[in-house]
Write a protein of this length. Structure first.
Lengths: 509, 513, 293
């Protein structure tokens, strides 16, 4: 954080000193490659032309626009960053992988400010890892809702998952909801019952340091029961393609990108709605969803001038005007606040349905790349389960794999010290327990405390309340001020903390 | 284990003979391993004495040789040129110049970096004026490893050439001492299309194999001892380095990564391996017998339009698999046309889980593979069936043998004998049959208990598709994929070894000439 | 085999005749069934390629509206470029690979030199390594040679032919069946080894030459994984498999599935025609060689 501020200050000083002299030096012709989705190729070419004509910096791009799917841009980039596109578009779930692989260039200070101000906060968070912004928000419509065939599904059933399944089975039509092959769709059910999966990255955004994941909980079990209803139906189809309507589907859960396709197949029979609710033990749970975005990244450059020019282009391409053009031509929902406010966008039926689902959706933050593989298996696991124990087993499997991601023993604990108060990543230190014992130095600071965490779980059952020996060494802040059961030391020094079952011993060395 | 005498052995039935051979093979494994070590020791001893011999020879060549020979020790090809073999001499000299030039300009650097695989990673810099980040790239672990290995190859080639150069001087001296003439450049060229014709023919293919097969395989094996993955790609993100046997420990240790109910990699590997073997067995033998059956049906006397039947079948070979298999995969989908057809006929009320259920999926994959494989087998067996001497059948018929007896007593033994080697290659080929699995199921349905940190593992995944998934997974763990690759090699080599020892017809190459 | 052979039996084999007739009828029934099963996917693909009303995958087979739209649409894309790339790669590979394979197999069949057995064993062992991972390295090597992305075609050809020496088994098996006495007679008459190959062996090897050309030509049409690596996101360097496979991406399939089928039909044509014409040689080559390797 301090480093970041220093950079900011220095940058501002330089700007005032040099004024616009620096900016004019960008003039020149650059050969670049741009990767966009297949249907956006032509439009992007035009937009780059427009940039060449209108920019006042004298930048001319000689651009080759290639069609590369946003879904596997990361896999492509990671194969060979050097040969990858200078500008490339990708879906949000690949963000963490790209940052780790060194395939995304950081935004300059000014660019980051402009972009943060112009876009909704959710998408800005999506483009940020740690303290650093790494990409430009391109769309904000990467969410999903329900399309249905009005000739099969009566209007009054669209709020109940059970009724919809029954309708499909009666009509021998398929209910397409990608529950077995995609974590993106599956996780929504868990969000619907109040589960969370929140991942924390280090300051640089290169590594995940902890996760708060409650899928393996009583609420998670409820979600599992909901998924079970769906995947065990013989007419469930694990797919999210609007084309399934042409192959016997009556309901497809997918996003705005399929709007024109579905309309082409169903015509007037097309209906859109937010996701339904499911019922477990007499209680209704509305299905949740992910709410993500697509981003545009700039490949790290060796030449600072070219890098600056590319960032100019990326800003232009993700700016208000280009986003509106994309909305008009391709119905991509804009992330730019001004563009979002335009009347045409407000009236778009696909986006309206997406907005109806919005109250139940969870912003898709930064998630470990492997989580997608780990979580998508839950669907198959639930399908194979025969009883409630089987469902619990599915969640246990999931939890174990998350724990293994941190390459730690299942019973290992770590101590997250927050010497300068929470939420200050700079001063937070992580220590690993070895065989239940940890020796740590506590520096003099305002908040000489920390939390004992089971990796993969955000436990609060090992902390202040469990200290049996050495209670005089720690502060009693009361439950109100210390809801997370933190251990706050009374004075700085070197301590040995021992965890034995639910008993904690603290000794000052 | 009972050991039979030759006479007792001959009395056994065919099946028992086969079983006996196999069990003999396994019983002899400890002995063989011991034998291997002995052989290895002998090889080392032989190698040592050979090196000593060579050293003595080189030394004596130097001491006894004339000044031309002595200069040749430093300037390769000098002796050849001085004695009139200009062409040979120039080639030697050229090679030396190229080698020294390469080592000075590049090779030395690659070699010196090989132990560390790079010291300075990339760093991100900030340009205050432009308000932009740019990256300074430094060492490249990938290239260091690649070109380091290449340099070692080159050095070995140089040492060999140098040795040849020394030997040629000695030979030339001897020949001249006897008063004979040396071969001229013209003679050399002529021998390349005659005595030495095999060298001409194989020069190009072998160079290609060396650079495009051997080098990559050596590299791949070395990757297993590094931490090369998506986040350590050696240049853009982080350098990678040597990690010793850590990756083998991860893959083969039953206790690593086995938190709670999740399998360790070793268990997952075992599961995938057992399906791979099962698949290879069924894929090979269903194709073999059904292909033979179809060929016999078409070849049967009195069947017309033989060419038409064959052509229809052969279409599957002619049409690229990425088109036909993808379509077949869609046909079997839950809402595909096969289920649609069965449902519209009222034969089933809900879709058959061709790709959803593990057992169904495995069977469907094998059946689809029959669809692809029968045409090949039909073509291969057609020719062989025609080669079976017809009088064998004639005399069998006179003895009153029915068609089934004719098949088991004449056709099958003949076929098995002739196609033994083919069956082996087709078995190992099926173990690595990437296309069929990748295009049909992509490994689905997933196996929830399998360790998934390196991408999901499915019930129809073969080792080769799993390996591919590991490289394509979120963490792109190339090092782990490399370990799997090495293990695949070990398994295939082991199977081949067993079969080679049990099947006699493979070994005797000259029998057919 | 004409009808006459069956209808001209010896009188005392009347029982045999009827049983054979029954057997033949059963076989005809079987062959017809097999033919239907084998043809269905192809017929479906062809039918899909003429569908106009919807461009995505559908649950029925017969188009509701027929037309050539998909074929026309193909030429609005880079498909002709991919097709040309693949065709060139296939053609050049067929020629060069045949030369290399024949060199290798002829040498290993006819010459007896010191390193022969170790070499064959070495290549056998090499073949047991899964080639999957080596792609990553080959990609980098080709990249340093400037043969990736837009220049992928020469790179592909290089890789296809470079390792083809290892596929000598079938043709070596074929050469093994040609009697060695022929060579020896010619050698006694003073012919060089090269002349023996040119004048005696090659004329006898038509089936295996054609077999090798045919398999070499077919390979590049179906190559997906490696070709995808080499062309790496550059449309100009893709082959048909890589280019068309992208149309099956989730965000693309609804708009291009029928086009994929149309492309598939066009891809299948040259290989199928070639195969049908040369089927006879393929059979001779494969039976002469495959089983004796």
């Amino acid at each position: 954080m301090k480093k970041f501020l220093a950079v900011l200050m220095a940058a501002m000083m330089m700007f005032t000193m040099i004024g616009t002299a620096g900016a004019t030096s960008l003039a020149g012709t650059y050969d670049i490659t741009v990767w966009v989705a297949e249907n956006a190729v032509e439009l992007t070419k035009t937009q780059i032309e427009n940039f060449n004509k209108t920019n006042e910096l004298g930048i001319v791009f000689n651009a080759t626009v290639e069609a590369v799917s946003e879904a596997d841009a990361a896999t492509q980039m990671i194969t060979d960053v050097e040969a990858g596109g200078d500008l490339f578009c990708f879906a949000q779930d690949q963000f963490a992988r790209l940052v780790q692989a060194g395939a995304l260039a950081k935004l300059g200070v000014k660019a980051a400010e402009t972009v943060s101000a112009a876009n909704s906060s959710g998408v800005v968070a999506a483009a940020t890892a740690g303290d650093t912004m790494y990409a430009y928000p391109l769309t904000a419509d990467n969410g999903y809702f329900m399309y249905y065939d009005k000739s099969v599904i009566p209007e009054e059933h669209i709020d109940s998952l059970e009724a919809l399944i029954a309708d499909c089975e009666a009509a021998q039509k398929y209910f397409a909801y990608e529950m077995q092959t995609s974590a993106w769709y599956l996780a929504g059910v868990f969000f619907g019952t109040g589960c969370v999966s929140e991942w924390t990255m280090d300051e640089e955004g290169k590594n995940f340091v902890s996760v708060k994941d409650t899928f393996n909980s009583p609420e998670g079990l409820i979600a599992a029961k909901g998924i079970e209803k769906l995947v065990k139906s013989p007419f469930h189809l694990s797919s999210s393609s609007g084309s399934e309507f042409a192959s016997g589907a009556a309901i497809v859960v997918t996003g705005t990108w399929d709007f024109n396709n579905v309309q082409g197949i169903l015509g007037d029979n097309m209906g859109v709605a937010d996701l339904p609710s499911f019922e477990v033990d007499g209680k209704e749970y509305h299905l949740g969803s992910f709410n993500g975005c697509k981003l545009m990244g700039v490949k790290p450059q060796v030449d600072a001038v070219k890098a600056a020019a590319l960032h100019q282009l990326a800003q232009y391409l993700t700016g208000e005007q280009c986003q509106l053009e994309r909305f008009e031509a391709l119905s991509w929902g804009p992330s730019n606040l001004n563009a979002q406010a335009s009347e045409a966008v407000q009236a778009n039926p696909g986006l309206v349905a997406l907005n109806a689902q919005a109250p139940y959706s969870v912003p898709q933050g930064q998630i470990h790349g492997s989580w997608w593989d780990i979580a998508k298996v839950i669907g198959d696991d639930i399908k194979a389960a025969t009883d409630e124990a089987g469902l619990q087993q599915a969640l246990d499997n999931y939890y174990d794999k998350i724990a293994a991601l941190f390459k730690l023993d299942n019973n290992a604990l770590l101590f997250v010290g927050a010497w300068n108060g929470w939420n200050n990543a700079d001063e937070t230190d992580t220590f690993y327990f070895k065989d239940g014992v940890l020796t740590l130095d506590v520096p003099e600071s305002d908040y000489m405390g920390g939390r004992i965490v089971n990796p993969g779980k955000w436990d609060t059952d090992k902390g202040f309340a469990q200290v049996v020996t050495g209670a005089e060494l720690i502060q009693d802040l009361g439950v109100e001020a210390n809801p997370d059961n933190n251990i706050v030391f009374a004075e700085p020094g070197n301590y040995t903390v021992t965890v034995n079952g639910s008993e904690i011993t603290i000794v000052k060395n | 284990m009972k050991t039979y005498s030759d006479l007792e052995y001959l009395k056994l039935s065919k099946g028992k003979k086969f079983l006996y051979k196999i069990s003999r093979f396994f019983c002899s494994i400890p002995q063989k391993i011991l034998g291997l070590f002995v052989a290895l020791w002998n090889l080392i001893k032989k190698g040592c004495s050979k090196v000593k011999e060579e050293a003595v020879d080189i030394f004596s060549t130097f001491v006894n040789g004339d000044w031309k020979t002595k200069v040749s020790f430093l300037v390769m090809g000098f002796g050849n040129i001085a004695r009139g073999q200009i062409l040979r001499g120039l080639l030697f000299l050229l090679f030396e110049v190229v080698f020294i030039g390469y080592m000075v300009l590049a090779g030395g650097y690659w070699l010196s970096m090989l132990p560390s695989l790079g010291k300075v990673g990339p760093s991100e810099e900030y340009d205050f004026v432009l308000d932009a980040y740019y990256t300074v790239y430094n060492d490249n672990s990938f290239k260091i490893l690649l070109y380091g290995v290449l340099t070692i190859f080159f050095i070995i080639a140089f040492i060999y050439t140098w040795r040849v150069n020394v030997r040629q001087n000695k030979l030339a001296e001897q020949i001249l001492a006897k008063g004979k003439k040396l071969k001229s450049g013209k003679d050399d060229l002529r021998s390349l299309v005659d005595d030495q014709f095999h060298k001409t023919l194989m020069a190009l293919p072998l160079t290609g194999i060396l650079i495009f097969t051997v080098l990559p395989i050596v590299f791949m094996i070395l990757v297993a001892f590094t931490n090369y993955d998506g986040a350590h790609d050696g240049y853009y993100s982080n350098l990678f380095g040597w990690v010793g046997l850590d990756n083998f420990n991860t893959m083969l240790n039953w206790n690593v990564n086995s938190g709670g109910s999740v399998q360790s990699y070793a268990a997952t590997f075992g599961e995938v391996l057992s399906w791979t073997l099962m698949w290879a067995f069924f894929a090979t033998f269903t194709n073999y017998f059904l292909g033979m059956f179809v060929a016999m049906a078409i070849n049967k006397k009195g069947i017309n339009l033989k060419k038409l039947w064959r052509t229809v079948l052969v279409l599957t070979i002619a049409i690229p698999q990425f088109i036909s298999l993808l379509y077949v995969s869609k046909m079997f989908a839950k809402n595909g046309i096969i289920n649609g057809f069965l449902m519209s006929m009222g034969w089933i009320t809900e879709a058959l889980p061709f790709w959803e259920d593990p057992t169904w999926a495995r069977i469907t994959v094998i059946i689809t593979n029959v669809w692809i494989g029968i045409p090949y087998l039909m073509l291969i067996t057609t020719g062989i069936l025609m080669n079976i001497p017809q009088d064998l059948y004639e005399s069998a018929r006179i003895d009153g043998a029915n068609p089934w007896q004719q098949y088991t007593k004449i056709t099958l033994p003949y076929m098995l004998f002739v196609t033994g080697p083919y069956l082996l290659t087709s078995f190992t080929g099926n173990m690595n049959n990437f296309n069929v699995i990748y295009l049909l199921t992509g490994g689905a349905p997933t196996n929830p208990a399998a360790s998934s940190a390196a991408g999901t593992v499915g019930y129809t995944d073969l080792l080769i598709t799993w390996l591919f998934k590991i490289t394509q997974g979120a963490e792109s763990q190339y090092y782990l994929a490399s370990v799997v690759g090495i293990l695949v090699f070990v398994v295939v080599a082991l199977i081949s070894l067993v079969v080679y020892n049990v099947l006699p017809s493979i070994k005797n190459e000259e029998d057919f000439q | 085999m004409s009808e006459k052979n069956i209808t001209n039996p010896m009188k005392r084999h009347m029982g045999l005749k009827t049983s054979r007739a029954i057997g033949n009828t059963a076989i005809y029934a079987l062959l017809i069934c097999i033919s239907i099963i084998w043809l269905v996917p192809f017929v479906c693909i062809v039918l899909q390629s003429f569908r106009v009303e919807l461009k995505g995958p559908v649950g029925y087979v017969l188009p509701k509206q027929w037309g050539l739209d998909n074929y026309k649409a193909l030429f609005q894309t880079d498909f002709p470029r991919w097709y040309a790339n693949t065709f060139i790669a296939a053609l050049v590979t067929a020629v060069l690979q045949t030369i290399i394979v024949l060199c290798m197999s002829y040498t290993l069949s006819r010459f007896r030199f010191k390193m022969r057995k170790p070499l064959m064993r070495f290549m056998l062992i090499l073949g047991m390594f899964p080639g999957m991972l080596t792609m990553i390295i080959l990609y980098r090597v080709l990249k340093d040679l400037g043969m990736t992305q837009a220049n992928a075609v020469p790179g592909l050809i290089l890789v296809y032919i470079a390792s083809s020496g290892m596929g000598y088994y079938v043709s070596k098996g074929f050469f093994d069946t040609i009697p060695k006495s022929l060579d020896e007679a010619a050698r006694v008459d003073g012919a060089t080894r090269f002349q023996v190959l040119k004048k005696i062996i090659l004329p006898l090897s038509k089936p295996i030459v054609i077999y090798t050309i045919l398999t070499a030509f077919m390979g590049p049409w179906g190559d997906y994984v490696f070709a995808q690596y080499i062309s790496f996101g550059t449309s100009a360097g893709m082959n048909v498999a890589v280019g068309m496979y992208r149309w099956l991406n989730k965000d693309q399939i609804a708009a291009s599935y029928t086009m994929f089928c149309a492309g598939g039909v066009l891809v299948a044509i040259p290989v199928t025609v070639l195969f049908m014409c040369l089927q006879k040689y393929y059979v001779e080559g494969v039976t002469g060689g495959a089983v004796k390797g």
